[in-house]
Design a binder for this molecule. Structure first.
Ligand code: SF4
Length: 166
């Protein structure tokens, strides 16, 4: 097993949580600098925005899961669509695959992903009706990582990541 020189565990992190302006609206959702520093002190951070990695531009039209959550999208039983109905599933799946590849290459078993995103949400996602309603379910990247044994947290669950478990 490959370790970095400091023996920190790897943590895959949503780029927007680290302040990168990669969200659909061109903004970020950066965590406070002190928290980012704490994460970097404990983990080897692997930073990715799956939607950008999948080939989508920034800014881009907002998209929501339609007909099921990310697991259903991966089974081709649901889709990711913009409000005008454009199917952007392929880019979301491609980005999820890149995130998984990065995690696996780096022997990463943990992820910290942005809550409620159609890619990164680990517990809830928007309804697909663009009405602001959240439903239980995972985004496409969170679903793929979870299906491969990677534990996904969101930014409201930091207490479960820090301090590090023994
Ligand atoms: S796909 Fe994930 S990392 Fe990229 S902007 Fe959306 S929530 Fe952030």
């Amino acid at each position: 097993m490959k370790h970095d020189p400091e023996h920190k565990p790897a943590l895959l992190v949503s780029a927007c949580l680290l302040g990168q302006p990669v969200r659909y609206d061109g903004a970020s959702k950066g965590l406070p600098a002190t928290l980012r520093d704490t994460l970097a002190a404990h983990f080897r951070l692997l930073v990715i925005c799956p939607e950008v990695a999948g080939g989508l531009p920034t800014p881009r039209p907002p998209a929501e899961l339609s007909g099921g959550d990310g697991h259903a999208v991966l089974q081709q039983e649901a889709s990711v669509r913009t409000a005008s109905g454009a199917d952007v599933s392929a880019a979301f799946v491609a980005g999820a695959q890149q995130a998984l590849q990065l995690a696996q290459q780096q022997h990463c078993r943990l992820a910290l992903l942005k809550a409620n995103s159609p890619s990164c949400g680990n517990r809830q996602v928007y309804s697909g009706r663009f009405d602001g309603q959240l439903l239980a379910g995972q985004g496409v990247t969170a679903a793929l990582l979870s299906a491969h044994g990677i534990t996904v947290y969101n930014e409201t669950q930091l207490a479960q990541l820090l301090p590090l478990p023994d």
